[in-house]
Design a protein around this ligand. Structure first.
Ligand code: C5P
Length: 406
């Protein structure tokens, strides 16, 4: 799976950098091409000469080298790769990545890339366990950064615990499975809706709901991880845009529908947004004034985006998936939605008070299709997304590719 792929390896400062030399060798043995960026910290542990000799490529190190910029700009360097691997990933480089700093070639390339990134952290156990590093890790994971390791063991600094960089064979296996998984939906197009919608009352007030967008964003990321060219149409959320996904930010249901139509054709559409059922019939162009009596808001029904996509005729995605958040008679109500919305699958989830699903980290779902009900255990929203993406890939396997997908 690695054969023919281009890996951009970032070697940052840490004693584990010596293992990266072995990693270069192994990727090349499998037929992969390796280009390396050596940070100034990394160059304290391994020499540019060894890295160049093993990769049989020029080693990049200085952001301001005019020769490097003329031959291969940092943007091109990061975009021409199929995968960026950071090994070792120091606490400092992880912090830079999490905060979007770009003050050397490695951090600039990592910020400028449109490709997936795999990090192999390596640091002292206390640095690894520090809440700052763990928060950076959570931020990076939410952006779709993949991780391998660290492992627990004796450390060069004399302490014991997690912080040792994963072995070259483990990093190689992670690279391999990235490319293997990445192929499953490659050439497919996916459309995902996520988040709430905001329905304006006047220029400053709106109707909304408490959807966090976590499940929808996780699904977009999971589909893109499997190689789908993914568009995420999302209402306002606090979440970062998932890496590698084309994100369209909208506010109202009508804007969401228009953005979804523009995103067609797609092989699969997953509607996870909590679209407002109603909008204010007549939005005021000026801020409504308080004049002693509360205004009466007349509401009108919003378009049903899921039903619209399912009835999109020739541009109907081959697979249309909806969600049903119910507080009672979950399966019966969700099954009825399969027919009323005209979709192929309904992912039913219980959002009754006390489940903590709405806005929470976990979800327990039942996937309902014409064949019946497939009930999954309670999982994190990321795991629900990964499992759903895998089910979608199984379903589309063998079907011909839609529209302009290349
Ligand atoms: O009818 P209900 O809101 O329960 O249906 C939920 C499903 O329909 C979700 O998949 C949601 O994204 C979708 N939906 C939609 N447009 C609406 C209302 C719901 O796409 N206006």
């Amino acid at each position: 799976m690695i054969a023919g792929k281009r890996v951009l390896l970032v070697i940052s400062g840490g004693i584990a950098a010596y293992k990266s030399l072995e990693l270069i060798r192994r990727v090349r043995e499998r037929g992969g091409d390796v280009r390396c960026i050596l940070t100034s910290g990394g160059a304290e542990f391994v020499t540019p000469l060894s890295v160049a000799a093993l990769s049989e490529n020029k080693v990049y190190g200085d952001l301001f080298s005019l020769t490097d910029e003329a031959e291969m700009g940092h943007i091109r360097l990061s975009r021409e790769a199929d995968l960026l691997v950071v090994a070792p990933a120091s606490a400092d480089l992880m912090a830079k990545m999490a905060t979007g700093r770009a003050d050397d070639l490695a951090s600039t390339a990592l910020l400028a890339t449109d490709k997936r990134v795999l990090i192999a952290p390596a640091m002292n156990v206390r640095m690894w366990e520090h809440p700052a590093t763990q928060a950076n890790l959570a931020t990076l994971r939410a952006q779709g950064v993949l991780t391998v390791g660290p492992n627990a063991g004796d450390m060069a600094c004399g302490e014991y615990g997690p912080g040792r960089m994963a072995e070259p064979a483990e990093i190689l296996a992670a690279i391999d499975s990235f490319f293997a998984a990445g192929a499953r939906l490659s050439g497919r197009r996916a459309l995902v809706t996520s988040g709430p919608t905001y329905e304006a009352i006047d220029p400053v007030r709106y109707l909304a709901n408490r959807s966090s967008g976590r499940q929808g964003h996780a699904i977009a990321l999971a589909l893109s991880r499997l190689g789908a060219e993914t568009t995420l149409v999302t209402g306002p959320t606090r979440l970062a845009d998932p890496a590698g996904v084309d994100v369209v930010h909208i506010e109202s249901a009508e804007e969401m529908l228009a953005a979804c139509r523009t995103a067609l054709p797609a092989d699969v559409a997953v509607c996870a947004a909590a679209v407002a059922d109603w909008r204010v019939a007549k939005t005021s162009g000026q801020k409504l004034k308080k004049n002693g009596t509360a205004p009466k808001l007349a509401l009108t029904t919003n378009p049903d985006i899921l039903a619209n996509l399912a009835a999109a005729g020739n541009s109907r995605p081959r697979l249309v998936v909806g969600f049903a958040a119910e507080t009672e008679n979950l399966i019966a109500h969700a099954t009825a939605k399969l027919t009323s919305k005209g979709c192929d699958w309904i992912v039913a989830n219980d959002v009754s008070p006390g489940t903590g699903t709405f806005g929470g980290e976990e979800n327990s779902v039942h996937v309902i299709d014409a064949a019946g009900v497939d009930s999954w255990p309670r999982l994190s929203k990321d795991d629900v997304a990964a499992r759903l993406a895998a089910r979608i890939a199984d379903h589309l396997a063998g079907a011909s590719v839609t529209g302009s997908a290349s």
